[in-house]
Write a protein that binds this ligand. Structure first.
Ligand code: SAM
Length: 212
């Protein structure tokens, strides 16, 4: 279903500069319309974020591709996602052959997405908690992707990144953020590349924004 629309979307993402074949192949296979509510299904293959209920969104496909490519993963890499949301990003990572660990703080979204993972046999270790403190038991991670925007880079996530691993996180105010792509050079040494103009929902937690 929607194969033509999906392929057109991937072509547009290639035109915008995504070239990692592992990412592109996964995006050709994973059916985004399975991860969005019925009311917006007909927009599934637009390159835009869409509402998924509870005030949250499924990220824009280009952004998912960009953040995933930025982690420079190889099949079998261990990846932590903070902000499971619709489950689409986790499904892409799973399709790429990654060991996926995903944390969602909102219990309603968490329970709904867990059912989808069961239904479509997406094998990811999941947890309903504050992802800003990471998931220490399974660290270090080769890649960490945070799909909500925080005021700073959580120290816990920096600690739980493997040497040479990459942490991708939007940092800024609640309206707009700069994507920070950190590479861990040594235990306390990071190189950071910054890419402006992203807009995510807020990262709420101990090392994020405080809940009102
Ligand atoms: N990765 C998702 C996808 O593919 O649809 C997009 C997620 S949405 C843009 C961001 C999600 O992060 C929301 O579901 C929100 O509840 C969650 N979130 C916000 N703060 C969080 C935190 N501290 N820990 C875990 N999840 C968090």
């Amino acid at each position: 279903m929607y194969e033509k629309e999906r392929n057109e979307l991937i072509d547009s993402i290639i035109e915008k500069g995504i070239e990692d074949e592992l990412v592109l192949n996964a995006m050709r296979k994973v059916e985004r319309h399975l991860f969005v509510p019925d009311s917006v299904k007909h927009h599934s293959y637009r390159d835009s974020a869409l509402p998924i209920g509870f005030g949250q969104t499924i990220s824009q496909p280009f952004t998912v591709a960009y953040m995933t490519q930025a982690m420079e993963l190889k099949p079998g890499s261990k990846v932590l996602e903070v902000g499971t949301g619709s489950g689409y990003q986790a499904a892409i990572l799973y399709e790429m052959g990654m060991k996926v660990y995903s944390i969602e703080r909102n219990v309603d979204i968490y329970n709904r997405t867990l059912k989808l993972f069961d239904k479509y046999s997406i094998r990811a270790a999941t947890r309903c908690s504050d992802g800003t403190i990471g998931w220490n038991e399974f660290s270090p991670f080769d890649g960490i992707v945070v799909t909500a925007g925080g005021p700073s880079v959580p120290e816990n996530l920096k600690k739980q990144l493997a040497i040479n691993g990459k942490l991708v996180i939007p940092v800024g105010d609640k309206k707009s953020q700069t994507l920070h792509i950190l590479t861990k050079i040594d235990e306390d040494k990071f190189e950071t590349k910054k890419v402006p103009y992203f807009a995510f929902v807020p990262l709420i937690g101990k090392e994020g924004w405080k809940e009102k």
